[in-house]
Design a protein around this ligand. Structure first.
Ligand code: FES
Length: 501
C-alpha cells in the first residue's frame, strides 16, 4: 500500500532515460514539485530546459505529501514577528498566499485535472493551556492584515477541540495529477524530461557546468538543484544546516461524515486530517506520528498509531493506503531559496520547505526562475539561501547535533544479533564479522543481502527499517534499499555490497 497520489497515477506518464549528451540553457536536477514548477516557468519564458530525475517524476517527497496548499504553516506567524520582525513575517505570508493563487492560475491555464478544491485550514488544540498560543497566532495574523478567526468548533470533527485558528481560501489537490499536468506543459513548451537518470557529479568548466549522469553528460549554463536534499556537499554545507523529519499518512474510507477543512493539531502528538477524492467518493487522510528521520523506529508501530486513531473515531473504517514522507527542515525553519553558494555562480537551490512543500515549492520556483530570467523578486531576501546568521532556534541545533550523536552511540549497542542465524527471514540487522560491521537482510525465502552499513554521504552508521526494508541514515536522512541502492538524497551513491559472508 503506497501513497494514494502515486498509486492512482502509476502509469499515467513516463519519460525515457537520457540517451545522449546534451547542451542546454538550464539543467534541473530533480523532478519533484519545485523542479517541475521551475521548469514550467522557465520553459514558458522560452528557455531551453532539461529536467533529470533519478527515478520517476513526482514519486519521492512530492508524491508522498498531504497535498495541502496553504499559507498556514502551523502556528508560525507569531514566532516570525517576534524573531524576525513584522516586515519579514508579512513577506512570508504574502509569498505563501501568492503561491496559492499561482497554483490556481497554472491549473486554469494548463487545464490540469487535479481535484483542486478550495478549503478552510485550521490549526487546533484539545488542551486548555494551549488556547493562548492559538489566540496569539490569530492576533499575529490579523496584525499582518490577513483575516484569521478563533473558533471552537470544526464541522464534523470527530472529537471536541478547545480552540482553533481558521484561515479561509486555502486549497488542497491531488499532487501527482498536478505534477503530471506540469510535465505535459513543459514538454509542450519544447523542453525535455528524462527519468531514471541520476546526476552523479557537477563539474565546473570555464564557461559552463557539466552534469555527469549515469546515462550521459549535460552541458548547461545554469543549474537548479531540485533534489529533496542538496546533492552537493561542498560548498553549500546544507547538510549542516538541515535535518529531516518523517511523518506518516493513512487514507481511510468510512460511512461517517468527514471533517470539513484541512486540519492539523498543535498538541503532542499531533494529527492531521483532510479529505480526498477516490473512485468518485470522499475519503479521509489521517497524518502524524512524526519523528526525526533515521531514528531506529518500527515503522509499523507508526502506522498502527494512526490506524488506532482511525478505528477510535471511525470504527467502520477500512484502510486503503499507507505512506510516509520525509521533510527537510532548516535549523531556523526558513527555507533556503536562491543561489546555491557564493562559490558556485549560476547554481540555484530551493530546499528546507518543512511540511509545507506544496506552497513553498511554488514560492521557490518563482524566486529561482526570476533570478535566472534576471527579474527582481520581492520575496528573495527573506529566503536568502546564502544567509549566514546566528541560528535563532538554538533548540533545533541542539536537537540535531545531539540526536546524531545519540544515534551513533545507540547504534553501537544495536549491533546484535551477533550471529547471522539469529536474523529471521524478512528481517535485517547489523552484525559484526571479523571486526567489520555488516548490514544483513534476509528476504522471505532466506536469501541474504549484505552491505556495508555506512552511509555513502558522510559516513554515519545506518539503521535497519524493517517496514520499508531500507537502510536509513540518522544524520541527514539518506535511505538505501536492502541491496544498497540509494533511494533518497543527500547520498548519491549506493552502499558497498559485501559478497562473502
Ligand atoms: Fe549524511 Fe548519511 S545522510 S551521513
Amino acid at each position: 500500500m503506497g501513497s494514494l497520489w502515486i498509486e492512482t497515477t502509476k502509469d499515467d506518464i513516463s519519460f525515457n532515460e537520457l540517451n545522449q549528451n546534451k547542451e542546454i540553457d538550464i539543467c534541473i536536477i530533480g523532478a519533484g514539485l519545485f523542479g517541475l514548477t521551475t521548469a514550467y516557468y522557465l520553459s514558458k519564458n522560452g528557455k531551453k530546459v532539461v529536467v533529470i530525475e533519478k527515478d520517476k517524476i513526482g514519486e519521492k517527497v512530492s508524491g508522498n505529501t498531504t497535498g495541502k496548499i496553504t499559507s498556514q504553516h502551523g502556528l508560525f506567524y507569531d514566532h516570525l514577528i517576534t524573531d524576525y520582525g513584522k516586515n519579514f513575517a508579512q513577506k512570508y505570508l504574502e509569498a505563501s498566499e501568492e503561491a496559492i493563487s499561482n497554483i490556481k492560475k497554472i491549473i486554469k491555464e494548463e487545464n490540469i485535472e487535479c481535484d483542486f478544491e478550495e478549503k478552510e485550514a485550521y490549526v487546533y488544540t484539545t488542551e486548555q493551556d494551549k488556547i493562548q498560543n492559538i489566540e496569539k497566532e490569530v492576533k499575529a495574523v490579523n496584525d499582518l492584515e490577513k483575516e484569521a478567526e478563533f473558533v471552537t468548533e470544526i464541522k464534523n470533527m470527530p472529537f471536541k477541540i478547545k480552540g482553533a485558528i481558521k484561515f479561509k481560501n486555502q486549497a488542497q489537490f491531488h499532487a501527482r495529477k498536478y505534477m503530471i499536468g506540469l510535465c505535459k506543459a513543459i514538454v509542450s513548451n519544447n523542453c525535455e524530461i528524462f527519468e531514471n537518470t541520476t546526476a552523479i557529479e557537477v563539474e565546473k568548466t570555464h564557461e559552463n557546468y557539466i552534469v555527469h549522469t549515469n546515462k550521459g553528460n549535460i552541458t548547461s549554463k545554469k543549474i537548479v538543484i531540485a533534489t529533496h536534499y542538496p546533492i552537493i556537499n561542498f560548498p553549500g554545507f546544507y547538510f549542516a544546516k538541515m535535518y529531516q523529519s518523517t511523518s506518516y499518512l493513512i487514507a481511510i474510507e468510512t460511512h461517517k461524515k468527514l471533517p470539513e477543512g484541512m486540519i492539523i493539531g498543535t498538541d503532542n502528538p499531533y494529527y492531521s486530517f483532510r479529505t480526498a477524492k477516490y473512485n468518485g467518493k470522499e475519503i479521509l487522510l489521517i497524518g502524524g506520528a512524526e519523528h526525526k528521520t533515521g531514528k531506529p523506529i518500527e515503522t509499523n508501530e507508526k502506522y498502527k498509531e494512526l490506524e488506532e486513531i482511525a478505528k477510535k473515531y471511525y470504527p467502520d473504517c477500512k484502510v486503503l493506503y499507507k505512506w510516509n514522507t520525509r521533510d527537510c527542515i532548516s535549523l531556523d525553519k526558513i527555507p533556503y531559496i536562491g543561489e546555491f553558494s557564493v562559490f558556485m555562480k549560476d547554481v540555484y537551490i530551493g530546499t528546507g520547505f518543512k511540511k509545507w512543500g506544496m506552497t513553498l515549492s511554488n514560492v521557490s520556483a518563482n524566486i529561482v526562475s526570476d533570478k535566472i530570467l534576471g527579474k527582481e523578486n520581492k520575496y528573495e531576501d527573506i529566503f536568502n539561501s546564502k544567509r549566514i546568521k546566528p541560528i535563532k532556534n538554538r533548540w533545533e541545533v541542539k536537537n540535531m547535533v545531539q540526536s546524531s550523536v545519540n544515534n551513533l552511540v545507540f547504534d553501537k549497542f544495536r549491533i546484535e544479533p551477533f550471529w547471522i542465524d539469529q536474523i529471521e527471514n524478512d528481517n535485517g540487522a547489523i552484525i559484526e564479522k571479523d571486526d567489520e560491521l555488516v548490514g544483513v537482510y534476509k528476504d522471505a525465502t532466506g536469501k541474504i543481502y549484505a552491505v556495508r552499513p555506512v552511509c555513502s554521504h558522510l559516513g554515519c552508521l545506518l539503521s535497519w527499517n524493517n517496514t520499508d526494508k531500507t537502510w536509513d541514515c540518522p544524520c541527514h536522512g539518506s535511505r538505501f534499499d536492502y541491496n544498497g541502492k540509494n533511494l533518497y538524497e543527500p547520498a548519491i551513491k549506493g552502499l558497498d555490497i559485501i559478497t562473502k559472508i
